[in-house]
Design a protein around this ligand. Sequence first.
Ligand code: 7TS
Length: 410
Amino acid sequence: MDTGFDPLTIRADFPVLAREVNGRPLVYLDNAASSQKPQVVLEAVAAFYRHHYAAVRRGVYTLSEEATAAYEEARDKVAAFINAPDRRSIVFTRNTTEAINLVAHTWGRANVGPGDRILVTEMEHHSNLLPWMLLCQEVGAELVYLPITDGGRLELPQLERLLDGPVRLVAVTHVSNVLGTVNPVQAIVAQAHAAGALVLVDAAQSVPHMPVDVGVLGCDFMAFSGHKMCGPTGCGVLYGRVELLEHMPPFLVGGGMIERVGFTGVSWASLPEKFEAGTPAIAEAVGLGAAVDYLERVGMEAIHAHEKALTAYAMESLAALPGVRLIGPPAEERSGVIAFTVASIHPHDLAYALDRQGIAIRAGLHCAQPLHERLGLAATARVSFYLYNTREEVERLVSAVWNAQRWLAG
Ligand code: 7TS
């Protein structure tokens, strides 16, 4: 099927991709950490500052009304993007990390008590692990792990047993930022709900890369970051079912999130303001709205298909190099993330050698230390694709790894 998807046309939308690094055209393969920004997003942010900028929600003057309208329009765009049924279910946060902390601090402290359990998986990013670890320590609850296989998949047959008990919440990543594994979240939600547990989905690595519909997934909470999906830094998203958000106490308190404050008491603003204390990242939200428009124009199905094809090609080509070990499931079961090791070369040395050749990759533990420990890995190198990456870039990566092996392998 011809989707009209052309990465070369797309590349022209991203100014930074025209630059050179160390004398070579930049190959940016650290998209799981953060994505580059298209011209339309840069322009939307600049135009907002140039023509419409003011504090939101407070002023009765024209500029503030325009800024508020632009900010709230961004919320509508994000809601439509993930098919959220109600705009009040979209809370702007700084990023995925803050969104998950918000749920742990508010819903968690109101609903999790001594002896309760929170179920996470062995493949979580620290952002979807530490808030739950601390919550459990604080209230005397138990943190339970759904194990993974050596091949980097969830041990789903164990889920039923682990859900048999006072599990209040399952916190699971949609796509692993190390293994690329796409987890069957819809089935996990059905099982968790049947057992009386809520589900939070860490969608930091899925929403930017594939169509995601919260209605279809059926999850209770979902978190993702604007900066990983062509948007500016500083604006992320918490989706929550309105019935839950309404009963949760606020997270940060202060300006912008109250209905009325007296000398001895306070009533909170309605959703979503209740969770957006202080002046929010207004221009960044507007930029995220522009990023959503951009991604929708390109098409999330097409982006996903493109990344899957690149991943299959890269896995095949990297695996053909001597000493390269790919971590995680086969290409059909993952999105555009590949962690790997190269015999006798530390991942940091590899990343440095690739940078000398203009290629940006990540090396280390990728904020998933327990996962590395489980797989017996001291560290890994990781490449992660996005809509603007090409087969030629995969070929440059492979020959650069080959060069690094000749330079570095003892
Ligand atoms: N969850 C997952 C699955 C992630 O991959 C990340 C960031 C986060 C949460 C946190 O997102 P943030 O926007 O709050 O920072 N992952 C990565 C990474 O893989 N390399 O750098 C950041």
